[in-house]
Design a protein around this ligand. Structure first.
Ligand code: ADE
Ligand code: ZN
Length: 336
C-alpha cells in the first residue's frame, strides 16, 4: 500500500466495519498467543489466509476468509481484546468515530451466549480512546431465525447502553432480503434503528425490500443504479449509502470498476459515505479508501469533506455526537 502524507482529510469516520473482518495478522497473533492457539501459518502465508487477492470471484469466496478470525474469537477475553485493538488501530489511522459491527451468534461455538459476546465487545470498545458505536448483525441463512431474533432482542435491551443499531449481513446472493420480512417486522416494532447489506451481491429489488422493511441506511447499495427510480427515491429520502470501494471491487459488486457508480450517486445528491467493510480481508484502511477514490475517480478534497459530513449525519449517534463530528470535519459548519 503506497502512503503519501495528506493534508485533508486527516480525520475520518468509518460507519461500516466488521470486527471479524478487521483481524490483521498482528491482531491474529495476539489473539492466538493469549489463548494458546497455534496459527496454521506465519508471515506471508498468514497474511494470505486472512485476506483475498484481486482474483477473488465473488462475495461468497470473500466470506470464506472469515474462518480463521472467527476461530480466534470464541471467548470473552478474545472478543474484548480484539474490539480494543481494532479501535486503537483505527485511532492511529486518524479515525475519530467508528461504528463497528459483529454478529454475536457467530461467537457461540465454545459455550458463549450471544449476551456474553455483546458484553465482551462493549467492554473492549469502552477501553479504546476513540468514540465508537456498536451495530449487531443478524445473519442471512436458513434455520437461524431463533438466533436472529435473540440478536434483535439483545439490541433492543442494549440500545443506548453500548449498542446503536442492527444490521443484516452474510450471503445476499444466496439468501435474498425478502426472506427476512418477519424478522424486520419485529425489529421495526422494537424501535431499534437498522441498516441492511443490500444491492451488493443482489440487485436493486433487494434494496427496495430493505427500505420497505424500514432500513434507515443501506450497506453498500452499489446496484441501485439498475433502477433509476430507486436512485431518485434514495436521493429524495436522504437514505445514506455505506459504500466500501475496495470491498465492492474485490467482491465484484460491479464487474468493472470503471462502472463504479459512486461519483454518479454523489452528483445526484445521494448521501454516499466511504467505509472499509473488512479492512484486513481487503488489505486496506480508511485513508487508503479515500486515496483510492481520489486517484481512481478524481474525488476532490471538497467532495471528500462532503462525504465525511454525510457520514457524520448518517451516524447512529445522538445529535451532540453528530454536531461534534461535523465540527471536526469542517470547523464552523455548525454555525452556518
Ligand atoms: N460480512 C462481512 N463482510 C460482508 C459483506 N461485504 N457483505 C455481507 N456480509 C459481510
Ligand atoms: Zn459489510
Amino acid at each position: 500500500m503506497e502512503r503519501t502524507d495528506r493534508i485533508f482529510p486527516d480525520k475520518y469516520i468509518d460507519l461500516h466495519l466488521h470486527l471479524d473482518g478487521a483481524v490483521t495478522s498482528d491482531i491474529a497473533k495476539r489473539l492466538a498467543d493469549m489463548q494458546g492457539i497455534a496459527l496454521p501459518a506465519d508471515g506471508e502465508a498468514l497474511e494470505k489466509l486472512l485476506s483475498v487477492g484481486d482474483d477473488c470471484k465473488d462475495l461468497n469466496e470473500f466470506l470464506d476468509c472469515f474462518e480463521l478470525p472467527l476461530k480466534l474469537l470464541q471467548t470473552t477475553e478474545a472478543l474484548n481484546e480484539c474490539a480494543y485493538l481494532v479501535a486503537e488501530k483505527m485511532r492511529e489511522q486518524g479515525v475519530i468515530y467508528a461504528e463497528i459491527r459483529f454478529a454475536p451468534q457467530l461467537h457461540c461455538e465454545k459455550g458463549l451466549t450471544q449476551r456474553n459476546a455483546v458484553d465482551a465487545v462493549i467492554r473492549g470498545l469502552s477501553r479504546s480512546t476513540i468514540k465508537t458505536g456498536l451495530i449487531l448483525c443478524c445473519m442471512r441463512g436458513e434455520g437461524i431465525e431463533e438466533k436472529n431474533l435473540e440478536t434483535a432482542e439483545l439490541a433492543e435491551e442494549y440500545l443506548g447502553k453500548g449498542v446503536n443499531a442492527l444490521d443484516l449481513a452474510g450471503a445476499e446472493g444466496l439468501f435474498p432480503t425478502e426472506n427476512f420480512a418477519e424478522l424486520f417486522a419485529k425489529i421495526r416494532k422494537s424501535g431499534v434503528p437498522f441498516t441492511i447489506h443490500a444491492g451488493e451481491a443482489d440487485g436493486a429489488e433487494s434494496v427496495r425490500k430493505a427500505l420497505e422493511f424500514g432500513a434507515s441506511r443501506i450497506g453498500h447499495g452499489v446496484r441501485i443504479k439498475e433502477d433509476p427510480e430507486l436512485v431518485s427515491l434514495i436521493a429524495k429520502r436522504g437514505i445514506p449509502l455505506e459504500m466500501c470501494p475496495n470491498s465492492n471491487r474485490l467482491t465484484r459488486a460491479v464487474e468493472d470498476m470503471k462502472d463504479y457508480p459512486f461519483m454518479d450517486y454523489l452528483a445526484c445528491g445521494i448521501k454516499v459515505t466511504i467505509n472499509t467493510d473488512d479492512p484486513a480481508i481487503e488489505s486496506t484502511d480508511i485513508a487508503e479508501e479515500f486515496r483510492y477514490m481520489e486517484s481512481r475517480f478524481g474525488l476532490t478534497a471538497e467532495q471528500q469533506r462532503q462525504v465525511l459530513l454525510n457520514s457524520a449525519d448518517a451516524a447512529f449517534a445522538d445529535d451532540d455526537v453528530k454536531k461534534w463530528l461535523k465540527e471536526q470535519i469542517a470547523p464552523g459548519v455548525n454555525e452556518k
